[in-house]
Write a protein that binds this ligand. Structure first.
Ligand code: ZN
Length: 268
C-alpha cells in the first residue's frame, strides 16, 4: 500500500467496527475522500484528536483500494469553540454537511478547501455570529462551485436595479416585476437585502460582523438564499433540523430570562 500525506479537514465522522471511526475528509489536492481511523474510539488513542468533526490536521494515510487508513496525524486545529458552543456546532455541522453533499469524491478542490478552512476559523472566533457566518458560507460556497447568482440585473431580461427587486431562486438571480412570474419561488429583495446578498458574496467574514440579524433586509436575504440552496442540494440536510432545535431552545431561554439573550447569542 502506498503512503500519502495531505492536509485535511474532517467533514463527517461515523462509528465503525468496535473501536474505529470512518472519517469523511476534505483536502485541497485530493478533494473529498473517506479514511478509517483504527482504534480512534479507544481511550488514549493517538487518533482520537484527529478523528473528530471539524479537526484540521496534517495526515499520513495508507492508500487502500476503496478506503484509506489514517496512519498518523498532526492536529492543526480542533476548532474548540465550534465543538463546544451549541449554536456554533449546529451551524458548523450544517457547513460540513452542505460541503459533503455538494462535492465530488477525489476531485481536487483547493478553493473549496480554503473556503471551508476560513469559514470554520471564522466560526471559531469568540465574537463570531454563527448564523451570519453560515449565510456567508452558503453564498460563497454556491458561487464557488458554479452556482453564482446574478445580483446586478434581472437574470431574465437584463433590467438593472432598482427595477430588479425580486430574487428568483429557481432562475438564479434578481428578477424585475415583469419577469418574476417566470419563477414561482421568487421572493422580494429590497435595496438593502440586495446589498447584503452582494456583501455575503464578496466580503471576508471579518467584514460581515456588522450585519444585523433581525432586520428586514437580513430576513429577505436569508429567505432568498435558503431557497436558492434548497433548490440546488439534492439530499435533504439533516443539520437544518439541528439548527431549528437550537434556535427554538434559544427562543425559550430568551422568553424565560428577564433580559433575554444577548443580541449576538440569538440565532436565527
Ligand atoms: Zn426582467
Amino acid at each position: 500500500m502506498a503512503m500519502v500525506g495531505c492536509e485535511g479537514i474532517v467533514l463527517r465522522v461515523r462509528d465503525f467496527n468496535e473501536a474505529d471511526r470512518i472519517l469523511t475528509i476534505l483536502s485541497a489536492a485530493e478533494g473529498k475522500f473517506e479514511a478509517v481511523a483504527r482504534g480512534a474510539r479507544r481511550p488514549r488513542s493517538s487518533m482520537a484528536g484527529a478523528a473528530q468533526l471539524f479537526t484540521r490536521a496534517n495526515m499520513m494515510l495508507f492508500r487502500g483500494r476503496s478506503l484509506d487508513t489514517l496512519s498518523s496525524a498532526e492536529v492543526l486545529s480542533t476548532h474548540q469553540r465550534v465543538r463546544s458552543d451549541l449554536a456554533c456546532m449546529a451551524y458548523g455541522s450544517y457547513i460540513a454537511e452542505l460541503t459533503d453533499a455538494m462535492t465530488a469524491e477525489r476531485e481536487p478542490a483547493p478553493d473549496v478547501y480554503s473556503l471551508v478552512c476560513s469559514t470554520l476559523a471564522a466560526l471559531d472566533r469568540k465574537e463570531a455570529r454563527p448564523a451570519v457566518v453560515a449565510l456567508g458560507f452558503e453564498m460563497k460556497f454556491l458561487s464557488l462551485i458554479g452556482f453564482k447568482p446574478e445580483l446586478r440585473q434581472c437574470v431574465s431580461c437584463g433590467a438593472r436595479e432598482p427595477e430588479a427587486d425580486w430574487f428568483g431562486p429557481n432562475e438564479g438571480g434578481l428578477l424585475c416585476a415583469r419577469c418574476r412570474a417566470n419563477d414561482l419561488t421568487a421572493v422580494p429583495v429590497g435595496d438593502e437585502a440586495r446589498g447584503l446578498l452582494r456583501a455575503l458574496m464578496v466580503r471576508p467574514y471579518a467584514r460581515l460582523s456588522g450585519v444585523g440579524e433581525n432586520g428586514k433586509a437580513y430576513v429577505q436575504a436569508r429567505t432568498a438564499l435558503r431557497r436558492y440552496v434548497d433548490l440546488r442540494v439534492e439530499s435533504s440536510l439533516r443539520t437544518l433540523e439541528f439548527i431549528d432545535d437550537v434556535n427554538s431552545m434559544g427562543r425559550e431561554e430568551a422568553n424565560d430570562s428577564e433580559g433575554g439573550l444577548e443580541p449576538d447569542r440569538q440565532v436565527t
